[in-house]
Design a protein around this ligand. Sequence first.
Ligand code: TNX
Length: 533
Amino acid sequence: MRYRPHHILPFLCLLFVQTLFAQPELIIPRPASMTALGEDPVPLGKEIRYDTAFAAQAAYLRDLLKQQFGEELATTGMAGKAGIRLSMDPSIKNPEAYRLEASGKQGIVLAASGIKGIVNGIQTLIQLLPMNRTGMLQVPAVRIEDYPRFAYRGMHLDVVRHFFPVDYIKKYIDYLAFHKFNSFHWHLTDDQGWRIEMKSYPRLNEIGSWREETLIGHFKDEPARYDGTRYGGYYTREEIKDVLAYAAVRGINIIPEIDIPGHSRAIIASYPELSTRPDTTWKVATTWGMYNRQNNVLAPRPETFVFLRTVFHEIADLFPSEYIHVGGDECSKLWWKQDPFTQQFMKQKGLKNEAALQTYFIETVAGYLAEKNKKTIGWHEVMEGELDKNTVVMNWATEKTAVAAAKKGYRVIMTPGKPLYFDHYQSSQPGDSLAIHGYNSLEAVYRFDPVPASLKPSEASAILGAQANVWTEYMAYPSKVDYMIFPRMTALSEALWTPADKKDYDDFLERINRNMIPRYRLWNSSYYTEAGR
Ligand code: TNX
Protein backbone atom coordinates (compact mmCIF):
# COMPACT_ATOMS: atom_id res chain seq x y z
CA MET A 1 0.00 0.00 0.00
CA ARG A 2 1.24 3.49 -0.79
CA TYR A 3 0.75 6.28 1.64
CA ARG A 4 -0.55 9.53 0.25
CA PRO A 5 0.66 12.44 2.29
CA HIS A 6 -0.91 14.95 -0.01
CA HIS A 7 -4.31 13.42 0.21
CA ILE A 8 -6.52 16.15 1.64
CA LEU A 9 -8.84 14.14 3.87
CA PRO A 10 -6.38 13.17 6.61
CA PHE A 11 -5.36 16.79 6.91
CA LEU A 12 -8.92 17.95 7.35
CA CYS A 13 -9.46 15.32 10.02
CA LEU A 14 -6.22 16.34 11.66
CA LEU A 15 -7.25 20.00 11.76
CA PHE A 16 -10.57 19.10 13.27
CA VAL A 17 -9.12 16.76 15.90
CA GLN A 18 -6.31 19.09 16.80
CA THR A 19 -8.55 21.94 17.78
CA LEU A 20 -9.06 19.86 20.91
CA PHE A 21 -6.06 17.62 21.45
CA ALA A 22 -4.07 14.98 19.61
CA GLN A 23 -5.19 11.38 19.51
CA PRO A 24 -3.24 8.81 21.51
CA GLU A 25 -3.82 6.37 18.64
CA LEU A 26 -1.40 8.40 16.54
CA ILE A 27 1.64 8.07 18.81
CA ILE A 28 4.85 6.84 17.22
CA PRO A 29 6.43 4.53 18.17
CA ARG A 30 3.23 2.88 19.35
CA PRO A 31 3.24 2.38 23.14
CA ALA A 32 3.19 -1.05 24.75
CA SER A 33 -0.10 -0.35 26.51
CA MET A 34 -2.58 2.46 26.52
CA THR A 35 -5.99 2.90 28.17
CA ALA A 36 -8.45 5.71 27.51
CA LEU A 37 -9.90 6.84 30.84
CA GLY A 38 -13.16 8.10 29.36
CA GLU A 39 -12.89 11.45 31.10
CA ASP A 40 -12.66 15.01 29.83
CA PRO A 41 -9.36 16.16 28.40
CA VAL A 42 -6.87 17.42 30.98
CA PRO A 43 -5.54 20.99 30.76
CA LEU A 44 -1.76 21.35 30.44
CA GLY A 45 -1.70 23.97 33.17
CA LYS A 46 0.96 26.57 33.82
CA GLU A 47 3.64 24.69 35.71
CA ILE A 48 6.05 21.81 35.41
CA ARG A 49 6.78 20.25 38.77
CA TYR A 50 9.60 17.73 39.14
CA ASP A 51 11.68 15.58 41.44
CA THR A 52 15.20 16.99 41.62
CA ALA A 53 16.64 14.07 39.62
CA PHE A 54 14.63 15.37 36.65
CA ALA A 55 15.42 19.10 36.92
CA ALA A 56 17.23 19.17 33.56
CA GLN A 57 14.38 17.26 31.89
CA ALA A 58 11.84 19.74 33.32
CA ALA A 59 13.81 22.54 31.64
CA TYR A 60 14.01 20.47 28.43
CA LEU A 61 10.23 19.97 28.43
CA ARG A 62 9.70 23.67 29.14
CA ASP A 63 11.89 24.56 26.15
CA LEU A 64 10.10 22.09 23.87
CA LEU A 65 6.71 23.53 24.80
CA LYS A 66 7.97 27.06 24.38
CA GLN A 67 9.35 26.29 20.92
CA GLN A 68 6.12 24.70 19.85
CA PHE A 69 3.56 27.00 21.44
CA GLY A 70 5.47 30.15 22.36
CA GLU A 71 4.33 29.83 25.94
CA GLU A 72 6.71 29.38 28.83
CA LEU A 73 5.53 27.19 31.70
CA ALA A 74 7.10 27.74 35.10
CA THR A 75 9.43 25.03 36.43
CA THR A 76 8.79 24.93 40.14
CA GLY A 77 10.37 21.96 41.89
CA MET A 78 7.74 19.83 43.63
CA ALA A 79 5.84 22.76 45.16
CA GLY A 80 2.68 24.04 43.49
CA LYS A 81 -0.44 22.14 42.58
CA ALA A 82 -1.66 22.07 39.03
CA GLY A 83 0.14 21.19 35.79
CA ILE A 84 2.59 18.51 34.77
CA ARG A 85 4.51 16.46 37.29
CA LEU A 86 7.78 14.62 36.49
CA SER A 87 7.95 12.05 39.19
CA MET A 88 10.71 9.64 40.27
CA ASP A 89 9.23 6.17 40.75
CA PRO A 90 11.84 3.55 41.71
CA SER A 91 9.19 0.81 41.43
CA ILE A 92 9.43 1.09 37.63
CA LYS A 93 12.11 -1.51 36.95
CA ASN A 94 13.39 -0.47 33.53
CA PRO A 95 14.98 3.01 33.67
CA GLU A 96 13.88 3.56 30.06
CA ALA A 97 10.22 2.79 30.82
CA TYR A 98 7.66 5.38 31.86
CA ARG A 99 4.07 5.76 32.97
CA LEU A 100 1.98 8.67 31.85
CA GLU A 101 -1.34 9.36 33.44
CA ALA A 102 -3.56 12.28 32.57
CA SER A 103 -6.73 12.48 34.61
CA GLY A 104 -9.01 15.07 36.17
CA LYS A 105 -8.00 13.97 39.64
CA GLN A 106 -4.22 13.91 39.27
CA GLY A 107 -3.45 16.24 36.41
CA ILE A 108 -0.63 15.03 34.16
CA VAL A 109 1.82 12.73 35.91
CA LEU A 110 4.84 11.35 34.16
CA ALA A 111 6.71 8.76 36.20
CA ALA A 112 9.97 6.90 35.59
CA SER A 113 12.96 5.57 37.51
CA GLY A 114 15.58 7.11 35.23
CA ILE A 115 16.31 10.09 33.00
CA LYS A 116 15.75 8.12 29.82
CA GLY A 117 12.32 6.96 31.00
CA ILE A 118 11.26 10.54 31.68
CA VAL A 119 12.61 11.68 28.30
CA ASN A 120 10.68 8.89 26.57
CA GLY A 121 7.54 9.92 28.42
CA ILE A 122 8.07 13.54 27.37
CA GLN A 123 8.02 12.45 23.72
CA THR A 124 4.68 10.77 24.28
CA LEU A 125 3.31 13.82 26.07
CA ILE A 126 4.37 16.06 23.17
CA GLN A 127 2.42 13.81 20.81
CA LEU A 128 -0.68 14.09 22.99
CA LEU A 129 -0.68 17.84 22.43
CA PRO A 130 -1.84 19.52 19.24
CA MET A 131 0.90 20.40 16.79
CA ASN A 132 -0.26 23.96 16.53
CA ARG A 133 -1.86 26.03 19.21
CA THR A 134 -5.57 26.35 18.69
CA GLY A 135 -7.08 27.40 21.99
CA MET A 136 -6.47 25.88 25.39
CA LEU A 137 -3.71 23.26 25.53
CA GLN A 138 -4.96 19.97 26.85
CA VAL A 139 -4.25 16.27 26.57
CA PRO A 140 -6.70 13.36 26.41
CA ALA A 141 -7.39 11.47 29.63
CA VAL A 142 -5.23 8.35 29.29
CA ARG A 143 -3.02 5.97 31.12
CA ILE A 144 0.02 4.78 29.21
CA GLU A 145 2.53 2.23 30.44
CA ASP A 146 5.37 1.93 28.04
CA TYR A 147 8.80 0.34 27.70
CA PRO A 148 11.18 -0.61 24.87
CA ARG A 149 11.40 -3.99 23.19
CA PHE A 150 15.20 -3.68 22.69
CA ALA A 151 17.90 -2.24 24.91
CA TYR A 152 19.98 -0.80 22.04
CA ARG A 153 18.17 1.55 19.66
CA GLY A 154 20.61 3.50 17.58
CA MET A 155 21.26 5.79 14.66
CA HIS A 156 24.66 6.31 13.12
CA LEU A 157 25.93 9.34 11.24
CA ASP A 158 29.06 9.57 9.12
CA VAL A 159 30.44 13.11 9.51
CA VAL A 160 33.58 12.34 7.51
CA ARG A 161 32.50 11.90 3.92
CA HIS A 162 30.56 15.07 4.55
CA PHE A 163 30.86 17.25 7.61
CA PHE A 164 27.82 18.57 9.45
CA PRO A 165 27.68 21.55 11.79
CA VAL A 166 27.05 21.21 15.52
CA ASP A 167 23.57 22.69 15.09
CA TYR A 168 22.61 19.83 12.82
CA ILE A 169 24.16 17.23 15.15
CA LYS A 170 21.90 18.62 17.87
CA LYS A 171 18.90 18.48 15.57
CA TYR A 172 19.80 14.86 14.78
CA ILE A 173 19.97 14.13 18.52
CA ASP A 174 16.51 15.68 18.83
CA TYR A 175 15.30 13.29 16.13
CA LEU A 176 16.72 10.40 18.14
CA ALA A 177 15.10 11.59 21.37
CA PHE A 178 11.72 12.08 19.68
CA HIS A 179 11.83 8.51 18.32
CA LYS A 180 12.87 7.07 21.71
CA PHE A 181 16.26 5.93 20.47
CA ASN A 182 19.05 5.85 23.06
CA SER A 183 22.33 5.65 21.10
CA PHE A 184 24.03 7.97 18.65
CA HIS A 185 26.93 6.32 16.84
CA TRP A 186 29.17 9.17 15.73
CA HIS A 187 31.47 8.04 12.90
CA LEU A 188 34.27 10.57 13.41
CA THR A 189 37.21 9.32 11.37
CA ASP A 190 37.74 7.72 8.01
CA ASP A 191 39.86 7.87 4.86
CA GLN A 192 38.40 11.22 3.82
CA GLY A 193 39.01 13.08 7.07
CA TRP A 194 39.56 13.19 10.83
CA ARG A 195 36.73 15.14 12.44
CA ILE A 196 37.61 15.54 16.11
CA GLU A 197 40.20 17.82 17.69
CA MET A 198 43.12 15.87 19.17
CA LYS A 199 45.54 17.31 21.67
CA SER A 200 48.02 14.46 21.42
CA TYR A 201 48.51 14.30 17.65
CA PRO A 202 47.82 17.78 16.19
CA ARG A 203 48.64 16.85 12.60
CA LEU A 204 45.45 14.76 12.61
CA ASN A 205 43.69 18.14 12.43
CA GLU A 206 46.25 20.27 10.59
CA ILE A 207 46.52 17.71 7.79
CA GLY A 208 44.07 14.89 8.41
CA SER A 209 40.92 17.02 8.69
CA TRP A 210 41.23 18.45 5.19
CA ARG A 211 41.05 16.99 1.71
CA GLU A 212 42.12 18.74 -1.45
CA GLU A 213 38.85 18.17 -3.26
CA THR A 214 35.84 15.86 -3.46
CA LEU A 215 34.59 13.43 -6.05
CA ILE A 216 31.54 14.47 -8.04
CA GLY A 217 28.89 11.82 -8.73
CA HIS A 218 29.10 8.09 -8.04
CA PHE A 219 32.50 6.61 -7.26
CA LYS A 220 32.09 4.07 -10.03
CA ASP A 221 31.42 6.73 -12.70
CA GLU A 222 34.03 6.89 -15.47
CA PRO A 223 35.90 9.10 -15.88
CA ALA A 224 36.06 10.30 -12.28
CA ARG A 225 35.42 14.03 -11.86
CA TYR A 226 36.46 16.20 -8.91
CA ASP A 227 35.22 19.57 -7.69
CA GLY A 228 38.64 21.21 -7.11
CA THR A 229 37.53 22.65 -3.75
CA ARG A 230 39.35 22.10 -0.46
CA TYR A 231 36.94 20.56 2.03
CA GLY A 232 37.01 19.64 5.68
CA GLY A 233 36.81 20.66 9.30
CA TYR A 234 36.56 19.06 12.71
CA TYR A 235 34.68 19.46 15.97
CA THR A 236 36.65 21.17 18.72
CA ARG A 237 36.77 19.59 22.16
CA GLU A 238 34.49 22.36 23.41
CA GLU A 239 31.96 21.56 20.69
CA ILE A 240 32.11 17.87 21.53
CA LYS A 241 31.50 18.63 25.21
CA ASP A 242 28.59 20.88 24.27
CA VAL A 243 27.03 18.10 22.16
CA LEU A 244 27.63 15.54 24.94
CA ALA A 245 25.83 17.77 27.46
CA TYR A 246 22.96 18.30 25.00
CA ALA A 247 22.65 14.55 24.43
CA ALA A 248 22.84 13.71 28.16
CA VAL A 249 19.77 15.81 28.97
CA ARG A 250 17.92 13.85 26.27
CA GLY A 251 19.08 10.46 27.53
CA ILE A 252 21.12 9.81 24.40
CA ASN A 253 24.43 7.99 24.76
CA ILE A 254 27.04 9.04 22.21
CA ILE A 255 29.32 6.27 21.00
CA PRO A 256 32.29 7.73 19.16
CA GLU A 257 33.93 5.67 16.44
CA ILE A 258 37.60 5.93 15.60
CA ASP A 259 37.90 3.56 12.66
CA ILE A 260 41.12 1.46 12.58
CA PRO A 261 43.18 -0.40 11.32
CA GLY A 262 41.63 0.10 7.86
CA HIS A 263 39.81 3.27 6.82
CA SER A 264 42.91 5.03 8.15
CA ARG A 265 44.04 7.13 5.21
CA ALA A 266 43.59 10.42 7.11
CA ILE A 267 45.89 9.03 9.83
CA ILE A 268 48.67 7.97 7.48
CA ALA A 269 48.38 11.25 5.55
CA SER A 270 49.10 13.00 8.86
CA TYR A 271 51.70 10.52 10.13
CA PRO A 272 53.17 8.46 7.23
CA GLU A 273 55.43 6.62 9.67
CA LEU A 274 52.34 4.68 10.84
CA SER A 275 51.76 3.27 7.32
CA THR A 276 53.19 0.27 5.51
CA ARG A 277 55.19 2.76 3.38
CA PRO A 278 56.66 5.38 5.73
CA ASP A 279 58.56 6.91 2.80
CA THR A 280 55.31 7.87 1.05
CA THR A 281 53.43 11.16 1.19
CA TRP A 282 49.80 10.11 1.44
CA LYS A 283 46.95 12.46 0.71
CA VAL A 284 43.65 12.45 2.57
CA ALA A 285 41.28 10.53 0.29
CA THR A 286 39.19 12.50 -2.20
CA THR A 287 37.15 9.56 -3.51
CA TRP A 288 34.89 6.91 -1.95
CA GLY A 289 35.09 3.11 -1.75
CA MET A 290 38.79 2.75 -0.95
CA TYR A 291 38.65 -0.95 0.05
CA ASN A 292 41.31 -2.91 -1.88
CA ARG A 293 41.73 0.07 -4.19
CA GLN A 294 44.04 2.40 -2.27
CA ASN A 295 46.34 1.84 0.69
CA ASN A 296 44.57 2.98 3.86
CA VAL A 297 45.84 0.64 6.59
CA LEU A 298 48.01 1.08 9.66
CA ALA A 299 51.22 -0.91 9.91
CA PRO A 300 51.87 -2.78 13.18
CA ARG A 301 54.86 -0.61 14.14
CA PRO A 302 55.79 0.27 17.73
CA GLU A 303 54.93 3.92 17.04
CA THR A 304 51.50 2.86 15.74
CA PHE A 305 50.65 1.18 19.03
CA VAL A 306 51.84 4.21 20.98
CA PHE A 307 49.61 6.31 18.73
CA LEU A 308 46.60 4.04 19.25
CA ARG A 309 46.98 3.92 23.01
CA THR A 310 47.33 7.69 23.27
CA VAL A 311 44.49 8.51 20.89
CA PHE A 312 42.03 6.02 22.37
CA HIS A 313 42.88 7.21 25.88
CA GLU A 314 42.17 10.78 24.81
CA ILE A 315 38.83 9.67 23.34
CA ALA A 316 38.00 7.60 26.44
CA ASP A 317 38.68 10.64 28.66
CA LEU A 318 36.38 12.85 26.61
CA PHE A 319 33.35 10.59 26.07
CA PRO A 320 31.37 9.23 29.04
CA SER A 321 30.06 6.26 27.00
CA GLU A 322 30.73 2.83 28.48
CA TYR A 323 31.40 1.64 24.92
CA ILE A 324 33.83 3.02 22.36
CA HIS A 325 33.66 1.91 18.71
CA VAL A 326 36.99 0.92 17.16
CA GLY A 327 35.80 0.32 13.59
CA GLY A 328 37.57 -2.71 12.19
CA ASP A 329 35.53 -2.87 8.98
CA GLU A 330 36.75 -3.39 5.44
CA CYS A 331 40.38 -3.77 6.36
CA SER A 332 42.18 -4.64 3.15
CA LYS A 333 44.82 -7.32 3.51
CA LEU A 334 46.66 -6.38 0.28
CA TRP A 335 48.98 -3.79 1.78
CA TRP A 336 49.95 -5.95 4.74
CA LYS A 337 50.75 -8.84 2.38
CA GLN A 338 53.13 -6.59 0.43
CA ASP A 339 54.94 -5.18 3.45
CA PRO A 340 58.00 -7.11 4.75
CA PHE A 341 57.87 -5.35 8.12
CA THR A 342 54.25 -6.40 8.65
CA GLN A 343 55.00 -9.97 7.57
CA GLN A 344 57.92 -10.11 9.98
CA PHE A 345 55.71 -8.81 12.79
CA MET A 346 53.08 -11.46 12.10
CA LYS A 347 55.69 -14.22 12.18
CA GLN A 348 57.14 -12.95 15.40
CA LYS A 349 53.71 -12.78 17.10
CA GLY A 350 52.60 -16.13 15.68
CA LEU A 351 49.71 -14.56 13.74
CA LYS A 352 48.79 -17.08 11.08
CA ASN A 353 47.31 -14.67 8.54
CA GLU A 354 46.28 -11.07 7.95
CA ALA A 355 42.82 -11.69 9.46
CA ALA A 356 44.56 -12.62 12.68
CA LEU A 357 46.56 -9.39 12.49
CA GLN A 358 43.33 -7.44 12.04
CA THR A 359 41.96 -9.03 15.21
CA TYR A 360 45.30 -8.43 16.96
CA PHE A 361 44.86 -4.69 16.34
CA ILE A 362 41.32 -4.73 17.71
CA GLU A 363 42.23 -6.78 20.78
CA THR A 364 45.18 -4.54 21.51
CA VAL A 365 43.03 -1.43 21.34
CA ALA A 366 40.33 -3.15 23.42
CA GLY A 367 43.08 -3.64 26.02
CA TYR A 368 43.96 0.08 25.92
CA LEU A 369 40.29 0.92 26.36
CA ALA A 370 39.98 -1.52 29.27
CA GLU A 371 42.75 0.49 31.00
CA LYS A 372 40.19 3.33 31.00
CA ASN A 373 37.33 1.04 32.04
CA LYS A 374 35.77 1.16 28.59
CA LYS A 375 34.29 -1.67 26.57
CA THR A 376 34.72 -2.15 22.86
CA ILE A 377 32.37 -2.32 19.90
CA GLY A 378 33.62 -3.30 16.44
CA TRP A 379 32.12 -4.01 13.02
CA HIS A 380 31.60 -7.75 12.47
CA GLU A 381 34.86 -8.16 10.52
CA VAL A 382 36.65 -7.96 13.88
CA MET A 383 35.56 -11.59 14.36
CA GLU A 384 37.75 -12.69 11.45
CA GLY A 385 40.27 -13.91 14.01
CA GLU A 386 39.81 -15.11 17.61
CA LEU A 387 38.22 -12.19 19.41
CA ASP A 388 37.47 -11.68 23.08
CA LYS A 389 33.79 -12.35 23.91
CA ASN A 390 33.35 -9.04 25.73
CA THR A 391 33.61 -7.11 22.50
CA VAL A 392 30.19 -6.25 21.10
CA VAL A 393 29.82 -7.11 17.43
CA MET A 394 28.06 -4.62 15.19
CA ASN A 395 26.86 -6.68 12.27
CA TRP A 396 26.37 -4.98 8.92
CA ALA A 397 26.26 -8.26 6.99
CA THR A 398 23.40 -10.73 6.70
CA GLU A 399 21.53 -12.60 9.42
CA LYS A 400 23.87 -15.55 8.93
CA THR A 401 26.79 -13.60 10.34
CA ALA A 402 24.68 -12.44 13.26
CA VAL A 403 23.58 -15.98 14.02
CA ALA A 404 27.18 -17.21 13.87
CA ALA A 405 28.27 -14.42 16.24
CA ALA A 406 25.44 -15.07 18.70
CA LYS A 407 26.15 -18.81 18.70
CA LYS A 408 29.83 -18.12 19.40
CA GLY A 409 28.74 -16.15 22.46
CA TYR A 410 29.07 -12.55 21.27
CA ARG A 411 26.51 -9.88 21.93
CA VAL A 412 25.33 -8.36 18.68
CA ILE A 413 23.91 -5.07 17.44
CA MET A 414 22.10 -5.57 14.15
CA THR A 415 22.71 -3.11 11.39
CA PRO A 416 22.36 -5.22 8.24
CA GLY A 417 22.87 -3.46 4.91
CA LYS A 418 19.43 -4.76 4.02
CA PRO A 419 17.33 -2.96 5.17
CA LEU A 420 19.18 -0.71 7.63
CA TYR A 421 21.58 1.15 5.34
CA PHE A 422 19.81 4.44 4.86
CA ASP A 423 22.37 5.48 2.24
CA HIS A 424 20.57 3.05 -0.09
CA TYR A 425 17.60 4.20 -2.15
CA GLN A 426 14.17 4.23 -0.57
CA SER A 427 12.61 5.02 -3.92
CA SER A 428 12.18 2.35 -6.56
CA GLN A 429 11.95 5.05 -9.22
CA PRO A 430 14.91 5.95 -11.41
CA GLY A 431 15.81 9.61 -11.20
CA ASP A 432 15.75 9.79 -7.41
CA SER A 433 18.51 11.86 -5.82
CA LEU A 434 21.84 9.93 -6.00
CA ALA A 435 22.35 7.18 -3.43
CA ILE A 436 25.01 4.50 -3.19
CA HIS A 437 22.99 1.61 -4.70
CA GLY A 438 20.42 -0.91 -3.44
CA TYR A 439 16.84 -0.40 -2.34
CA ASN A 440 15.68 -0.35 1.26
CA SER A 441 11.99 0.44 1.30
CA LEU A 442 10.05 1.94 4.17
CA GLU A 443 8.07 -1.28 4.42
CA ALA A 444 11.21 -3.43 4.66
CA VAL A 445 12.50 -1.23 7.49
CA TYR A 446 9.15 -1.39 9.29
CA ARG A 447 8.97 -5.17 9.01
CA PHE A 448 12.59 -5.70 10.07
CA ASP A 449 12.91 -7.89 13.15
CA PRO A 450 16.34 -7.65 14.82
CA VAL A 451 16.12 -11.22 16.12
CA PRO A 452 16.97 -13.74 13.38
CA ALA A 453 14.24 -16.39 13.17
CA SER A 454 16.78 -19.20 13.40
CA LEU A 455 17.97 -18.22 16.88
CA LYS A 456 16.60 -20.23 19.78
CA PRO A 457 14.85 -18.12 22.44
CA SER A 458 17.79 -18.75 24.77
CA GLU A 459 20.18 -17.32 22.17
CA ALA A 460 17.98 -14.36 21.22
CA SER A 461 19.12 -12.34 24.23
CA ALA A 462 22.47 -11.98 22.45
CA ILE A 463 20.77 -9.49 20.15
CA LEU A 464 20.95 -6.16 21.95
CA GLY A 465 19.01 -4.26 19.33
CA ALA A 466 19.63 -2.51 16.06
CA GLN A 467 20.75 0.64 14.34
CA ALA A 468 20.48 2.28 10.95
CA ASN A 469 23.66 3.52 9.32
CA VAL A 470 23.86 6.81 7.47
CA TRP A 471 26.99 6.92 5.33
CA THR A 472 27.21 10.32 3.72
CA GLU A 473 29.20 9.91 0.51
CA TYR A 474 26.12 11.12 -1.36
CA MET A 475 24.67 13.39 1.32
CA ALA A 476 26.46 16.70 1.18
CA TYR A 477 23.93 18.71 3.19
CA PRO A 478 21.67 18.23 6.22
CA SER A 479 18.57 18.38 4.02
CA LYS A 480 19.79 15.36 2.05
CA VAL A 481 20.40 13.45 5.29
CA ASP A 482 16.86 14.30 6.39
CA TYR A 483 15.51 13.15 3.03
CA MET A 484 17.31 9.80 3.36
CA ILE A 485 16.34 9.11 6.98
CA PHE A 486 12.68 10.19 6.90
CA PRO A 487 10.41 8.39 7.14
CA ARG A 488 12.61 5.25 7.41
CA MET A 489 13.98 6.27 10.82
CA THR A 490 10.41 6.57 12.06
CA ALA A 491 9.72 3.01 10.86
CA LEU A 492 12.83 1.74 12.63
CA SER A 493 11.80 3.41 15.88
CA GLU A 494 8.68 1.27 15.97
CA ALA A 495 10.57 -1.90 14.97
CA LEU A 496 12.84 -1.36 17.98
CA TRP A 497 10.40 -0.02 20.55
CA THR A 498 6.99 -1.55 20.05
CA PRO A 499 6.07 -5.13 21.07
CA ALA A 500 6.13 -7.19 17.87
CA ASP A 501 2.45 -8.17 18.14
CA LYS A 502 1.41 -4.51 18.25
CA LYS A 503 3.02 -3.60 14.94
CA ASP A 504 0.72 -2.97 11.99
CA TYR A 505 2.07 -1.55 8.75
CA ASP A 506 -1.14 -0.07 7.37
CA ASP A 507 -1.86 1.61 10.65
CA PHE A 508 1.72 2.88 10.72
CA LEU A 509 1.27 4.48 7.28
CA GLU A 510 -1.81 6.22 8.57
CA ARG A 511 0.18 7.60 11.48
CA ILE A 512 2.99 8.69 9.14
CA ASN A 513 0.42 10.70 7.21
CA ARG A 514 -1.36 12.18 10.14
CA ASN A 515 1.29 12.52 12.81
CA MET A 516 4.73 12.46 11.19
CA ILE A 517 4.53 14.27 7.85
CA PRO A 518 3.10 17.37 9.58
CA ARG A 519 5.81 17.02 12.21
CA TYR A 520 8.68 16.76 9.69
CA ARG A 521 7.29 20.01 8.30
CA LEU A 522 7.10 21.55 11.75
CA TRP A 523 10.78 20.66 12.21
CA ASN A 524 11.53 22.15 8.82
CA SER A 525 13.04 18.79 7.83
CA SER A 526 13.07 17.20 4.39
CA TYR A 527 11.52 13.78 3.93
CA TYR A 528 10.81 11.34 1.16
CA THR A 529 7.34 10.57 -0.11
CA GLU A 530 6.36 8.56 -3.14
CA ALA A 531 3.60 11.06 -3.87
CA GLY A 532 5.92 14.02 -3.47
CA ARG A 533 8.41 12.91 -6.08
C1 TNX B 1 30.78 0.23 3.81
S1 TNX B 1 29.68 -0.87 6.25
C2 TNX B 1 31.37 0.95 4.82
C3 TNX B 1 31.41 2.42 4.75
C4 TNX B 1 30.78 2.93 3.47
C5 TNX B 1 29.53 2.14 3.18
C6 TNX B 1 28.74 2.62 2.01
C7 TNX B 1 30.98 -0.32 6.81
C8 TNX B 1 31.21 -0.66 8.19
N1 TNX B 1 31.81 0.40 6.01
O1 TNX B 1 32.72 2.88 4.90
O2 TNX B 1 30.49 4.28 3.64
O3 TNX B 1 29.89 0.79 2.95
O4 TNX B 1 27.46 1.99 1.96
